[in-house]
Write a protein that binds this ligand. Structure first.
Ligand code: SAH
Length: 293
């Protein structure tokens, strides 16, 4: 049975055996693993996962696909399918009814690209509220531009607000690039497999909300110097002084600061330093990022 891919659910069926294999091996699965999959689609990845793990729970929004998957995999004892929107689902509460599937420790998924930011936020939490029970690893197929931001190093063009927010919470690696033709229909962009390992934050920010605000404002216009992006927030002389204390050139741009620099900068500030306090922290793609080459 073939399923006509639906645009509104960002459906692109993975067709490449090679990519499937790369995803599976990056997840380093064992019989002790309990996996969470987001958007199983026709189940191409699910079928590969199931024999390798203790259990797998998959969340799929599309009712028709759920019926199909239930017919195909409904008899598989270590598989649980939940129909719904992953973003609004209360996974912990739901899974309390199925103890064998509770507390998945790994995520393996070819996710819908239109909700990548919110999925990352749900899986990792935020700087202000990191996930209470972090996953051991998260292997995702994402669009290439997002992948580049996730594993970018400070000082590179791709290092944006998303990079800092995610790398504060997890280490990120590129596993492999994936060409658009690996999917049916091919998406407009190339893709990549990435692996995130949520980590214990070694140097937690004293005021994570403030750090979130600094990042948001600091990256608001990528071409500008950090001190110009932050001028509505912190007095210019005070910021110059703080940057010098951190051994940073007062003319730096946001992309030149490492995660540790952001933590240190926010730790040096106190709320009295702020000219105009704003509380915003969400994992979204950067609003003013220049297109990558
Ligand atoms: N994993 C499959 C399908 C990937 S396409 C494959 O590799 O071929 C993305 C999948 O996510 C689709 O099945 C789509 O229906 C599902 N999806 C889209 N939005 C979703 C949401 N909010 N919650 C759960 N699943 C979603």
């Amino acid at each position: 049975m073939t399923f006509q891919p639906r645009k509104r659910f960002a459906q692109h069926w993975l067709q490449s055996e090679k990519t499937l294999h790369q995803i599976i091996s990056a997840a380093e699965l064992s019989q002790n693993d309990r996996v969470l999959e987001i958007g199983p689609g026709t189940g191409i990845l699910t079928r590969q996962l199931l024999p390798l793990v203790q259990s797998a729970v998959a969340v799929e929004i599309d009712r028709d696909l759920c019926q199909h998957l239930a017919k195909q995999l409904g008899q598989t004892a270590n598989f649980l399918l939940l129909q719904g929107d992953f973003l609004s689902l209360e996974l912990d509460a739901l899974l309390s009814a199925w103890p064998a599937f509770q507390h998945p420790n790994k995520v393996v998924a070819n996710i819908p690209y239109n909700i990548t930011g919110p999925i990352l936020e749900k899986l990792l939490g935020t700087i202000n509220a990191p996930a209470a029970k972090p996953f051991d690893s998260i292997v995702l197929l994402v669009q290439k531009e997002v992948a580049e931001r996730l594993y970018a190093q400070p000082g590179s063009r791709a290092f944006g607000a998303l990079s800092v927010r995610v790398q504060y919470l997890a280490t990120c690696e590129l596993i492999c690039p994936v060409p658009a033709k690996a999917f049916h229909p091919p998406p407009k962009v190339d893709s990549a497999v990435v692996r995130l390992r949520p980590r214990h934050v070694e140097m937690p920010a004293d005021n994570p909300r403030l750090m979130g605000t600094l990042i948001q404002q600091g990256f608001s216009s990528k071409r500008k110097m950090l001190r110009n992006n932050l001028k509505g927030l912190i007095d210019r002389d005070r910021l110059t002084h703080l940057l010098e204390q951190l051994k940073l050139n007062p003319q730096v741009r946001a992309e030149d600061l490492s995660v540790a620099n952001w933590v240190a900068l926010s730790n040096q500030l106190n709320t009295g330093d702020l000219l105009n306090r704003q509380d915003t922290e969400h994992i979204t793609e950067d609003t003013d990022s220049a297109p990558l080459p």
